[in-house]
Design a protein around this ligand. Structure first.
Ligand SMILES: NC(=O)c1ccc[n+]([C@@H]2O[C@H](COP(=O)([O-])OP(=O)(O)OC[C@H]3O[C@@H](n4cnc5c(N)ncnc54)[C@H](OP(=O)(O)O)[C@@H]3O)[C@@H](O)[C@H]2O)c1
Length: 317
């Protein structure tokens, strides 16, 4: 089957290859899915070295590894030890990062990684949810415990995760302050419901953000460092940055009297099913920035560095 994989850890985006490989084998506890669409996260080649793709015992995942761990497709085979799904079911899911992803004609998944997909949500839209929206959901609710009436500052509000974070936070009745780069990003944050949108190329977010209860950072580096300095006692600061040096220091958080979290999104079929409902109901409008064919996976990664992204990039299979 055709697939796209990370060939070596040293090359960053240049290490992406597309070619033919063996389809996944049948296993009693797994299902095989014919993949229709795959969401891309451009930091993925770096996850090989930053620990995101570590094996359950902590050791490094051997390469190659097929990229694209969030997907939508149709069940093609059900293992004899699985239940709840039938051949032909439309599904959406997140494959654990230490296994092969879904940028391929077929993917091997566990029942605990997928949720059913109603006809109202297209495969392209759905393929953006299991990392894009689930990361926002888990960061805002499981870690930051965001509540209605609170204010959240979202860094990178026009990005793949950020566009979901803005809409989900607004959806529960929080006040949203979002940062972005450039007019287009700013306009998108406003369109998605941000109460305040700040262009970080035009000014410092610190000057116009006001008091916030939660900071949800998808950018890292300088913006994250300045968010530490901006946080007041009691602030809950969550970063999802893929840079190892952005991992929060518990000692620093304690000194400042804040809570600081970094986490890796986990498969959660119940949360995913709820997100799918929000999309089907129109409470979340999926932002697909660009689609590429599976055979163009390497180009999709290489293009990413040279353009501003507004939402998610998807590979269609
Ligand atoms: N921990 C996890 O579970 C998890 C899950 C998903 C993603 N991630 C990581 O989270 C990060 C974001 O992922 P993503 O898929 O959302 O990436 P993305 O689509 O590239 O979004 C990042 C957004 O941040 C914007 N941005 C960059 N610098 C900025 C600045 N100084 N001020 C305001 N906005 C700025 C970018 O704008 P431009 O396009 O104009 O640069 C882009 O819109 C990556 O490092 C990824 O690896 C982690």
């Amino acid at each position: 089957m055709k697939a796209a994989w990370i060939a070596d850890a040293a090359g960053g985006d240049l290490s992406i290859r597309v070619g033919d490989t063996d389809p996944p084998a049948h296993a009693d506890e797994r299902l095989l899915v014919n993949v229709d669409a795959v969401g891309l996260t451009f930091g993925e080649p770096h996850w090989v070295t930053n620990g995101t793709m570590a094996l359950p015992d902590g050791s490094k995942r051997p390469l190659p590894v097929i990229v694209g761990h969030e997907f939508a497709g149709r069940v093609a085979h059900v293992g004899s030890a699985t239940s709840g799904f039938s051949v032909g079911d439309r599904v959406v899911g997140l494959i654990d990062f230490w296994r092969n992803g879904a940028a391929a004609e077929q993917a091997s998944v566990l029942p605990g990684e997928i949720a059913r997909l109603p006809d109202a949500v297209s495969a392209v839209e759905a393929s953006t949810l299991p990392i894009g929206a689930l990361t926002a959901w888990q960061g805002l609710f499981d870690f930051a415990r965001l509540k209605a009436g609170e204010t959240v500052l979202i860094h990178g509000g026009a990005g793949a995760v950020g566009t979901f974070a803005v809409q989900i936070a607004k959806g529960i009745g929080a006040r949203v302050v979002a940062t972005a780069r450039g007019d287009e990003g700013l306009a998108l944050c406003r369109e998605l419901g941000a109460d305040v949108a700040i262009d970080t190329t035009q000014g410092r977010f610190e000057d116009s953000a006001g008091a916030v209860d939660v900071i949800f950072d998808t950018v890292g580096r300088d913006l994250l460092e300045r968010s530490w300095q901006f946080a007041k006692p009691g602030t809950r600061l969550v970063t999802i940055s893929g840079e190892a040096e952005d991992a929060p220091s518990p000692e620093r958080a304690q000194q400042l009297g804040i809570e600081a979290f970094w986490f890796i999104v986990k498969p959660d079929p119940a949360q995913l099913a709820e997100i799918v409902r929000w999309v089907a109901d129109g409470r979340i409008a999926v932002q697909v920035d660009r689609t590429y064919r599976l055979g163009e996976a390497r180009k999709a990664f290489l293009d990413a560095d040279s353009r501003a992204k507004r939402g998610k990039t998807v590979l269609t299979v």
